[in-house]
Structures are given as structure tokens and as C-alpha cells.
Design a protein around this ligand. Structure first.
Ligand SMILES: Cc1cc2nc3c(=O)[nH]c(=O)nc-3n(C[C@H](O)[C@H](O)[C@H](O)COP(=O)(O)OP(=O)(O)OC[C@H]3O[C@@H](n4cnc5c(N)ncnc54)[C@H](O)[C@@H]3O)c2cc1C
Ligand SMILES: NC(=O)c1ccc[n+]([C@@H]2O[C@H](COP(=O)([O-])OP(=O)(O)OC[C@H]3O[C@@H](n4cnc5c(N)ncnc54)[C@H](OP(=O)(O)O)[C@@H]3O)[C@@H](O)[C@H]2O)c1
Length: 590
């Protein structure tokens, strides 16, 4: 490197002093005589001027995200409002119905890649949105030329490095906003937080890409000029940049599905630690240049307010979970919560079990398997929420083991409710609703079925409902029956139920053939998997508006999505019989 390290003054300051909120956008004291008039013009023009790069690149990135969220909000709220007005069934699909069908198709359609160990893509709409994000980032990154200054006097930072640095900063508040549980973007777009996780991941990847393109031009240039060692020792931007890039690389590498899903607890704890180091290092790295810190304040506001809200809300909802172990790897949990706790059928909560040395540090999402009681609140000021858990390998296994040893009362904090608050009431406008559940996914569909039957008077007069559930073994009947009990108190009209047992032979029951069983609550009982494609096709064979609501394992959800997407495409192409095919598939991992 041709430099004696002894001559260097090590610079390990975190920030330059004096600290200010931002630096000026004016170029002062620059010697224009050393560059040509064209070069002078270039470095003062839009998208080339270092002193306005925050406005040109970071702010432009912000505008792009705001516009995309605005379009999504307009579509989601617009179609909701228009559907409310046109709830009357039509015998033929209108042009509006066909437009909605094609848009709905994009939100339903997913693909499975068996070669990658059954990898399921996000829905087409998310792929399009991510594609748009990618094209936008590439255009802004590679559009303005040159990438390097032809004359080093024009500036220290290569233009491609400057712009990508600012683009990273512009992406940051959105990347964080997509991740939170109480979520401003979800509120604006009338959706639920878990559906935005895919955007959190992909915007993080784009931010990483722009961060790398920001870093390498400096390294290449410094190595070529023999300045690397010197700059590393004396320029704080170098080591604060590396201090940010290392945790950022970790965050990306550890978030791949197979690591995240296999070691979720470890992933989550490390994610928060690495993210905190990353944000702190990046904060120092940008060093209040131009308006860089404004983006940190925005991020803090977006994340901090919802975090405080969540913590306060969860702290105000302590409780005791009463755990019972049922057959078929199932746990049933009852938690007493204050009467002020309000939820809608189909919503979920995050439960923090104050139990064991590590479990208290994370909370887990579970669907509320019961519906709110009707009538006056009880005098004790408390009500019950119920959860049905499939025992797996982490907290659920630990709870199962503890219950087996007699520890059935566990202190908890309940954070929520979360999820699509309007789903239960939205379903009331449909002529036919098909519920499809795989295993414990029924804890999501049962409350929605009960809610629908309770609100029979708000539905079209001849509305019908079909409820299909697939379970591995007959042991599941115990909890299914328990959760469906409220249906016994209702006068159910037009409800057809069928239960499929897939890994055990049971005696089949077909009420249409006059079979009956005194203690059954499940309609027909069949061996083998339900044929999802056939069920969806049958649903769409008659005129009217239909809805499919599903929850189950990945393969189950994939088949439901594919079957519904095919019907929506037919409708969009003018070949459909039903005038609307609505789909809601509840995610259970992200
Ligand atoms: C909105 C929603 C509602 C859910 N409702 C239910 C329900 O009613 N009943 C039920 O049995 N399961 C439900 N799940 C799934 C459930 O949260 C996880 O299976 C559970 O956290 C697993 O706990 P575990 O530690 O035993 O899992 P592990 O065996 O350690 O992990 C199993 C899988 O669960 C996922 N997971 C684990 N911990 C979390 C977490 N804190 N947040 C998100 N995902 C996690 C991971 O993808 C992992 O692959 C729901 C999930 C979501 C997202
Ligand atoms: N709101 C939520 O997000 C929520 C709520 C509750 C539960 N969950 C999650 O839902 C998942 C359910 O898992 P589980 O362990 O409870 O399920 P499980 O016991 O494995 O049961 C799944 C059932 O669905 C059947 N099935 C699977 N794919 C199918 C397909 N393509 N067509 C027809 N039937 C199919 C299975 O048949 P085979 O036996 O032939 O495989 C099995 O009977 C869990 O991961 C749970 O965490 C999520």
C-alpha cells in the first residue's frame, strides 16, 4: 500500500463533531477552474449533484413506495366500498366483476416448485409488486450516467455509490414498517400484518443490494489507487460502513425460509439483536449528512409508536393460561381476559408464555378459536379466549411436556387481537361460502362459521354454507366438537358439513343416505382427503357471489389457491357462471 501505518492517525470517532440535525444542500468553496464547464454543469444538475442526492434518490424512493401503497390502498378500499354497494347478486358478471376477478386472480395464484423441496411462491400480485420494486430500483440506480466521475476533482464519492447509499436510506423506513405487527401499511391497505412480511423481506433484500453497490465502488477505487489501508485507518465512514454491512449480511443470510422456519426461536432473537446493531452502525455511518437522519426519525416514529402501543397493550392484558392436552397432538388453552378485550372471528393473538428460561422472550401467534359471547358482559369483568394448538417442536412441545407433568396454569401476556378484522362481516354478503380447513386450521374457520350463522339475518335469504375439514385421525373429533358447540344453540339453515379423516380408517357416515350418529357434530364423515378442486368447482357452478375461506398446511393452501385462481380466471375471461369468487387463505407462517 506504500504507506507507513505509523504515520496514520487512527480515527475511531463514532460521529463528526459538532453534531447537527442535517448538513447544508449548498456546494461551498468548490474550485470550478479545475474541471471543464460541462463537468461543472453535470455536478450541479439533478440526479448528479452530490449536495442534493438525498432529494433526488432517497426522496424519490420514498415517493415510489408511497405511490405503490396508495395504489394498493385505493384498490383495497375501493373494491370493498363498491362491493358493499353492489351486494345484490346478478345472473351475469358485469365488466366490474370481471375486472375484480382478474385482480383477485393475481392475489390468489401461487406456484409450487417441487425441485426446491416444495417451495411455494408468494401470490402473483406480490410477485408483480416485488418486480415493480426491483425495476424501479434498477432504473434509479443505473439510469443516470456516469457511474464514476471522469475527473477525480469532481468529487470523492463515485456517483453510483452516492445514489445507492441514498436509495438504501429511502427504502429503510418502509422495510421496517412492513415488519411490525401493528402496522400502518396494513391499516392503510386494509390488510393484515402477516401478508406484508413478504415485502419486508424483499425490500430488505433490495436495501442490501443497494448497500453493496454503495460499498464496492469505494473499495475498487481505493485498491486501484493504493489508498485502502489509509482510508480504513483514518476515515470513519469505512469502519462504520463495515459495522453496518456485517449485521446486515447476517440478517439476510439467516432469514432464508429454511433457516427461519427450522430455527424460528433462534432466528427471531438473533434478528432483533442484529437489526439493532445494524441500525446503530448505519446511524453513525450516515453521520447526519444532508437529511440522512430524517429517515431514521421517520423509522423510529413508524416502529417506535407501534412497539410502545403493543407493549402497553400486552402489559395491560396479563392472564393465566389453563392448558389441557387432547388427543391428536393437540393442546387446548383457555385464557381469561378483561371484558374490554374485543375481537372478531378469525383474528389471532400473540401470546407470551412466562415460562422456562427463554420462552418469555418471544410471543407466538395463535388464532382465537372461540367467538365473543353475546349479551351482557359477566359480572366478574372477565371473559375467556380459547386457543387450539398443534404440538410441534418449540413452545408448543414445551407446553405439552409441562402439562404432562402437571403444570397446567401458566402466566401469559396476550397481545392483540390482530388479523383481518372485517373478514367475518364481509362474508355475510355472499350467496355461498365454502370453508376449507386442514387439521388445526379449523380453529380459524370454526369461529367464522359460527359468526356467519349467528348473523344469518344479515345474509341473503337463500345463502348456503359448506364447511369441510380434514384431520389426520379421529382423535381430533374431541376438540372439533368442543369448538363447534355454539352451533348447537343456533338454528343453522343451509349448512352442509363434511369431515375427512386421512390417516385412519373410520366408519363412513352419509346423512343424505339416512346415516346418523348420536354424538356427531360433523355432517358426513369420510375417509381420505377432500377433493379441493372439485369442491371449489361445484361452488362456482351456479350464479351468485361466492367466497372460499381456507386455513391449513402449505400443500392444502396451495391447492385451494390454485382451484380458486382457475375459477377467477374463467370469470375474468367471460366463461364463469358465478359473478364473484372471493378467496381468503389464512397464512400461518411468514
Ligand atoms: C396468524 C397465525 C395464526 C396461527 N394460529 C395457530 C393456531 O391457532 N394453532 C396452531 O397450532 N398454530 C397456529 N399458528 C402457527 C403457530 O404460531 C406456530 O406453529 C407456533 O408458533 C409454533 O410454535 P413452536 O415453537 O412449537 O414451533 P416450532 O416447532 O419451533 O416451529 C414450527 C413453525 O412455526 C413457525 N413459528 C414458530 N414460532 C413462531 C412465531 N413466534 N411466529 C411465527 N411463526 C412461528 C415457524 O415457521 C416454524 O417453522 C398460527 C400462525 C400464525 C402466523
Ligand atoms: N390462523 C392460522 O394461521 C392458523 C390457525 C390454526 C392452525 N394453523 C396452522 O395450520 C397448520 C395445520 O397443521 P396441522 O398439523 O394441524 O395439520 P395436520 O394435522 O397435518 O392436518 C392437515 C390435514 O389436511 C390434509 N391435507 C393436507 N394437504 C391436503 C390437500 N392438498 N388436500 C386435501 N387435504 C389435505 C391432511 O391430509 P394427510 O394426512 O393426507 O396429509 C390432514 O388431514 C399448522 O401449521 C398450524 O400451525 C394456522
Amino acid at each position: 500500500m506504500g504507506m507507513d501505518m505509523g504515520e496514520m492517525t487512527w480515527n475511531r470517532k463514532l460521529l463528526d463533531y459538532p453534531i447537527t440535525w442535517q448538513t447544508a444542500h449548498e456546494r461551498k468553496g468548490f474550485d470550478f477552474t479545475q474541471i471543464t464547464p460541462e463537468q461543472g454543469k453535470l455536478i450541479q444538475s439533478r440526479f448528479h449533484n452530490w449536495y442534493t442526492a438525498d432529494w433526488d434518490f432517497a426522496l424519490t424512493t420514498v415517493y415510489f413506495f408511497c405511490a405503490a401503497i396508495g395504489v394498493a390502498a385505493l384498490f383495497r378500499w375501493g373494491s370493498w366500498a363498491l362491493h358493499r354497494r353492489s351486494a345484490v347478486p346478478r345472473s351475469r358478471a358485469s365488466a366490474f366483476d370481471r375486472l375484480v376477478a382478474i385482480l383477485s386472480y393475481t392475489t390468489s395464484r401461487v406456484w409450487r416448485f417441487k425441485v426446491f423441496g416444495n417451495y411455494y411462491t408468494p401470490p402473483l400480485a406480490a410477485i408483480i409488486a416485488i418486480g415493480a420494486m426491483f425495476i424501479w430500483v434498477m432504473a434509479l440506480m443505473l439510469g443516470p450516467k456516469p457511474f464514476y466521475y471522469p475527473n477525480p476533482v469532481m468529487g470523492h464519492s463515485p456517483p453510483i455509490a452516492t445514489r445507492t447509499g441514498w436509495m438504501s436510506i429511502g427504502i429503510m423506513p418502509f422495510m421496517i414498517a412492513f415488519a411490525s405487527k401493528t402496522n400502518y401499511v396494513a391499516l392503510l391497505t386494509r390488510t393484515s400484518h402477516e401478508r406484508l412480511q413478504v415485502f419486508h423481506r424483499w425490500s430488505a433484500l433490495l436495501m442490501y443490494m443497494t448497500s453493496l453497490v454503495h460499498t464496492f465502488p469505494f473499495i475498487v477505487r481505493d485498491i486501484n489507487e493504493g489508498m485502502m489501508e489509509m482510508n480504513w485507518a483514518t476515515d470513519r465512514f469505512y469502519w462504520t460502513g463495515v459495522a453496518a454491512l456485517v449485521p446486515q449480511t447476517w440478517l439476510l443470510a439467516m432469514s432464508w425460509g429454511f433457516i427461519r422456519n427450522r430455527y424460528y426461536e433462534f432466528f427471531k432473537k438473533m434478528h432483533f439483536i442484529a437489526a439493532s446493531i445494524f441500525m446503530a452502525a448505519l446511524f453513525c455511518h450516515v453521520n447526519f449528512f444532508l437529511t440522512s437522519w430524517h429517515y431514521f426519525w421517520a423509522t423510529l416514529a413508524l416502529y417506535g409508536t407501534v412497539w410502545v402501543y403493543r407493549v402497553v397493550r400486552a402489559t395491560l392484558t396479563p392472564g393465566t393460561a389453563i392448558v389441557s392436552v387432547l388427543e391428536d397432538r393437540t393442546l387446548h388453552i383457555r385464557i381469561a381476559v378483561p371484558n374490554s378485550f374485543r375481537w372478531a372471528a378469525g383474528q389471532h393473538v400473540f401470546v407470551r408464555f412466562l415460562f422456562g428460561p427463554l420462552h418469555w422472550a418471544s410471543s407466538h401467534p395463535f388464532t382465537i378459536a372461540n367467538v365473543p359471547a353475546v349479551g351482557e358482559p359477566n359480572g366478574a369483568g372477565l371473559q375467556q379466549i380459547e386457543l387450539v394448538l398443534r404440538a410441534r417442536y418449540g413452545i408448543t412441545k414445551a407446553l405439552e411436556k409441562a402439562a404432562a407433568k402437571g403444570k397446567t396454569c401458566i402466566s401469559v401476556f396476550v397481545d392483540g387481537p390482530y388479523g383481518h378484522v372485517g373478514l367475518a362481516s364481509d362474508l355475510r354478503r355472499f350467496d355461498r361460502v365454502l370453508f376449507l380447513a386442514g387439521g388445526s386450521g379449523a380453529s380459524f374457520t370454526i369461529p367464522l362459521l359460527i359468526d356467519l350463522e349467528r348473523n344469518r339475518s344479515s345474509r341473503p335469504a337463500d345463502a348456503t354454507t359448506r364447511f369441510v375439514v380434514a384431520v389426520r385421525e379421529g382423535g381430533a373429533f374431541t376438540w372439533l366438537e368442543r369448538q363447534m358447540k355454539p352451533l348447537n344453540d343456533l338454528e343453522t339453515i343451509g349448512v352442509a358439513q363434511s369431515t375427512h379423516v386421512t390417516r385412519q380408517k373410520v366408519e363412513e357416515i352419509d346423512p343424505e343416505k339416512g346415516d346418523s350418529k348420536s354424538d356427531d357434530n360433523f355432517g358426513s364423515l369420510q375417509n381420505g382427503r377432500p377433493n379441493i378442486y372439485e369442491l371449489v368447482r361445484e361452488l362456482c357452478e351456479e350464479p351468485g357471489r361466492v367466497a372460499v375461506v381456507a386455513c391449513g398446511p402449505d400443500e392444502f393452501a396451495h391447492d385451494v389457491r390454485s382451484a380458486v385462481a382457475a375459477e377467477q380466471l374463467s370469470l375474468a375471461l367471460g366463461r364463469g357462471v358465478a359473478s364473484e369468487v372471493f378467496l381468503h387463505v389464512e397464512n400461518y407462517s411468514w
